[in-house]
Design a protein around this ligand. Structure first.
Ligand code: ADP
Ligand code: ADP
Length: 223
């Protein structure tokens, strides 16, 4: 059974206006457990839209999203929010860390919100930070970290509650090429270490080639 199944997704922005743009035109995609898939397409092709719909951050005009074999449209809003928080980790191009909290706290907070005891949450946060090489910087706020370190912390936060599915939107897209390569290595090590399933949007073909499968978006469908 696929961990993520998208079927017949359509999405149009600004319907009926001169600025109308049909971004998805029946997009289908399946991700099997443990599979790491690259989503490759030029800017503006609809990668963010597809990821947001898959991550339950946006809704399609038509089509279906199933996570772990469960059809999301059939769930209550409350249950869907639970699935989004517990089963899906999301990484953006920019870290979106909370500026007033340390790296450690940024990874601890989502665990506390999920009901994990503080001691356990902090231990897990430290382990994750060690794995991505930011252990010694755990008590720094995001502003005191480099761009690469900030993004590594964001990876840890996305994995804090041990999701089943990771969705990443150009996760190293705002870093210079050298940093991007190293930070991407850290992400792949984290993902492979947990056997997590992932859909990672990138327009870097070298990074894409290191994943299990590459899918392309073209004219609103996944080729
Ligand atoms: P990508 O991630 O591949 O760059 P996006 O999904 O961000 O693509 O955007 C696809 C197209 O939809 C672009 O033309 C973008 O400007 C447009 N778009 C995205 N989000 C919105 C929105 N909320 N309202 C209107 N247009 C949008
Ligand atoms: P990305 O680099 O992830 O593709 P974008 O800059 O395209 O990011 O989009 C950032 C956010 O703005 C997304 O949530 C997207 O849905 C929204 N967005 C993108 N294009 C438009 C648009 N033309 N009008 C309104 N919102 C948009």
């Amino acid at each position: 059974e696929p961990i993520l199944k998208l079927s017949g997704l359509t999405k149009t922005y600004n319907k009926g206006k001169p600025s109308e743009v049909q971004v998805l035109r029946g997009a289908d995609l399946e991700i099997r457990p443990g599979e790491v898939v690259a989503l490759v397409a030029p800017s503006g092709a609809g990668k963010s839209t597809l990821l947001h719909i898959a991550g339950l951050l946006d809704t399609p005009d038509a089509g279906h999203v199933a996570i772990g074999g469960q059809e999301m449209a059939k769930l209550s809003d409350r249950r869907r929010t639970q699935v989004r928080r517990a089963d899906v980790g999301f990484i953006y191009q920019f870290h979106h860390l909370l500026p007033e909290f340390s790296a450690l706290e940024n990874i601890t907070l989502p665990q506390l919100a999920a009901g994990t005891p503080r001691r356990e949450a902090e231990t897990r946060a430290r382990e994750l930070l060690e794995q991505v090489g930011v252990g010694p910087r755990a008590d720094h706020r995001p502003a005191a970290l480099s761009g690469g370190e900030q993004q590594r912390v964001a990876f840890c936060r996305a994995l804090a509650n041990a999701p089943r599915l990771l969705l990443a939107d150009e996760p190293t897209g705002n870093l210079d090429p050298d940093t991007s390569d190293r930070v991407f290595d850290a992400l792949m090590a984290l993902v492979r270490g947990t056997g997590l399933s992932a859909l990672i949007a990138t327009h870097n073909l070298e990074l894409a080639a290191r994943m299990d499968r590459v899918v392309r978006m073209d004219h609103g469908v996944v080729a």
